[in-house]
Design a protein around this ligand. Sequence first.
Ligand SMILES: [Fe+2]
Length: 249
Amino acid sequence: MIYLTGDLHGDFQRLSPKQFREQETLSKEDILLACGDFGGVWYGDERDDEKLDWLESRPFTTAFVTGNHENYDALQTYPLEQWRGGAIRRIRPSVILLERGQVFNLCGKRFLTMGGASSHDIQDGILEPDDPLFRLKQRTLDAREAMYRVNHLSWWKEELPSEEEYQTARDSLDRAGWEVDYIITHCCPSSVQDVFSGGLFQRDKLTDFLEEVRQRCRFQTWFFGHYHADMDIDEQFKMLYEKIVKLDI
Ligand SMILES: [Fe+2]
């Protein structure tokens, strides 16, 4: 079985037996897929262990694509390996990061994964921790409750894919004949974003790439997170946040 959910931000209460009751009947063969902003690898040290070990103790496998709020420095320390047709980083034996631009074969269905998104909460800038004026700038920003983040501490440029990752996605889709069953991303195609946001969310290179995928690729359903709401945009596009949905396969 495959279940899907939206942003977790390092808070896994949603996956507790009380809130995700179906887990009683699940095994490690069953997968809970999170559509980005997993946030369980946040400090990159032993402070992450308790939550990750708890996830490992659940009777299902947790797999996630990356969002914009992930510690990319820490995630990259986990080595790449192959898993069910695509590249992953294994955080724990059953906690798995699904790399970008991969097509996985899960339960006989093909899943394209393409994590990442532009942060929307950085309009007042990104601070550099080695800036001699860092403390002063931070105090000034805090005093006016500004929306800023700190490079390598709360923001990483890798929130958006590299050229290589876009190429990997194109190559994988070429091999799949631009036809998959499901697409799992954090943000969504530009035109879909325009439908529900009324222009609030800016298009960027990734949403434009996903737009290309929307137009060229045949797929059944596209699940995405990022926008912090649960909403069926139409038959094909499903925005997820706190809901956990079971995939009908
Ligand atoms: Fe988020």
